[in-house]
Design a protein around this ligand. Structure first.
Ligand code: ZN
Length: 390
């Protein structure tokens, strides 16, 4: 009798799984990428494996190399792959960083897409469906005595765009980029289910109001899918002077850096005022590759021992991120710091270290349809109120 019940339970579980697969129309495959033998991968420069098998930066004359990278051989699948998610176990000591890229491979003719940056725990749609994928890791260190360590790398590939969460990610996953305090992890976002909802925008000072110049040429189009947080480093928060500061940043970006326009899509002053940079539909110049990324710069220097983000600026940042996440259907997990993509300290250790809490605040906001009465009124009149604290 007991045995009967057990079989029935197993059959019931199997039926549920089959039904789930039929309803959601996806299948998944996992690829484990070896870390023990860099020399047997497709390409490895400046990396070696520890005796235990963890990947690390190679050493020369007792000093670690500043950068190294490894490209694994392409992994083939019988299913058409559309979405990938990285599971990585790594340690990122202070001064070290890690970044990950994936590309789709069509094995019939060897066609390769461009590399796409991905972060652990974030599902990424491939540029084109493919029957094979290739993964690259880049290790970096500004400390000759330290190296990032990568001990386990798995790429979970889905056959179709997966919207609903399938399974929670491993708590062992690490972000790309250090937080200055040893191994860093992204905690799971709060367990709040439900669709992402539209959130009212914060008051925004438009380009005309702050006295923007026109861009040099037509913008490249942008389809937002990620939110990237920066700090200005210079000017420091203490030196910000309203619209004149924004004009100064634009002039620097256009005339000194030679860019088409101010780099970012939004800038947030220490008093919480939000300034429009490039239009949201325009490709920015803030973190390579800029494609799919909206860039938000908090004015100030948030490196350790420097300035701290003001409560007003932080509140505006949460509100702006929630507004953009709701508008474009972007998960709070797709909020990054600039250093997640490029070799830079930006947005400073302090602000980078606060990103987990910011993601949680954004998650709460976009799940509960927060629509403050005052914000609704402002939106109705179309009035932006520079300098107003949120
Ligand atoms: Zn930056």
């Amino acid at each position: 009798m007991a045995r009967d019940t057990g079989i029935r339970a197993k059959l019931s579980l199997l039926a549920t799984l089959l039904l789930l697969g039929a309803q959601t129309g996806f299948s998944a495959v996992r690829f484990d990428f070896p870390t023990r033998e860099p020399g047997r991968c497709q390409a490895a420069v400046g990396v070696s494996a520890m005796p235990g098998g963890a990947l690390e930066l190679a050493a020369s004359g007792g000093r670690r190399l500043a950068q190294g990278s490894l490209v694994w051989r392409a992994e083939r699948s019988d299913i058409a792959l559309s979405v990938v998610e990285l599971e990585a176990v790594s340690q990122i000591p202070a001064g070290c960083r890690l970044s990950w890229d994936v590309r789709a491979v069509r094995s019939s003719d060897g066609h390769l897409t461009d590399w796409q940056t991905l972060a652990p725990g974030v599902r990424l749609p491939l540029e084109a469906p493919a029957d094979a994928v290739q993964l690259r890791v880049t290790l970096g260190s500004s400390n000759p005595a330290a190296s990032p360590l990568v001990t386990r790398v798995t790429l979970v590939c889905y056959s179709a765009e997966v919207v609903a969460p399938l399974a929670s990610s491993s708590n062992e996953e690490c972000p790309v980029g250090g937080n200055g305090g040893g191994a860093a992890t992204y905690p799971e976002p709060p367990d709040i289910s439900g669709p992402i909802v539209a959130v009212e925008p914060p008051p925004i000072v438009g380009r005309e109001t702050w006295g923007s110049r026109a861009p040099r040429e037509a913008y490249e189009a942008l389809n937002p899918g990620k939110l990237t947080v920066h700090h200005s480093s210079e000017p420091r928060a203490a030196h910000c002077r309203g619209c004149g500061t924004i004009r100064g940043i634009q002039a620097y970006h256009m005339h000194e850096r030679g860019w088409n326009d101010i780099a970012y899509h939004y800038l947030i002053a220490p008093d919480g005022t939000v300034y429009q940079g490039r239009p949201e539909g325009a490709n920015g110049s803030h973190s390579r590759p800029n494609r799919h990324k909206l860039g938000i710069c908090v004015l100030g220097n948030f490196n350790r021992g420097e300035e701290r983000i003001s409560p007003s600026a932080r509140a505006s940042l949460v509100r702006l991120l929630a507004y953009l996440a709701g508008k474009y259907g972007i998960s709070s997990r797709a909020i990054y710091g600039h250093r997640d993509f490029n070799s830079t300290d930006c947005p400073g250790d302090t602000l980078y270290g606060a990103l987990s809490a910011l993601r949680a605040d954004v998650e709460r906001t976009i799940r509960r349809a927060e629509q403050p009465h005052a914000a609704s009124q402002r939106a109705a009149t179309g009035a932006a109120q520079p300098g107003r604290e949120l």
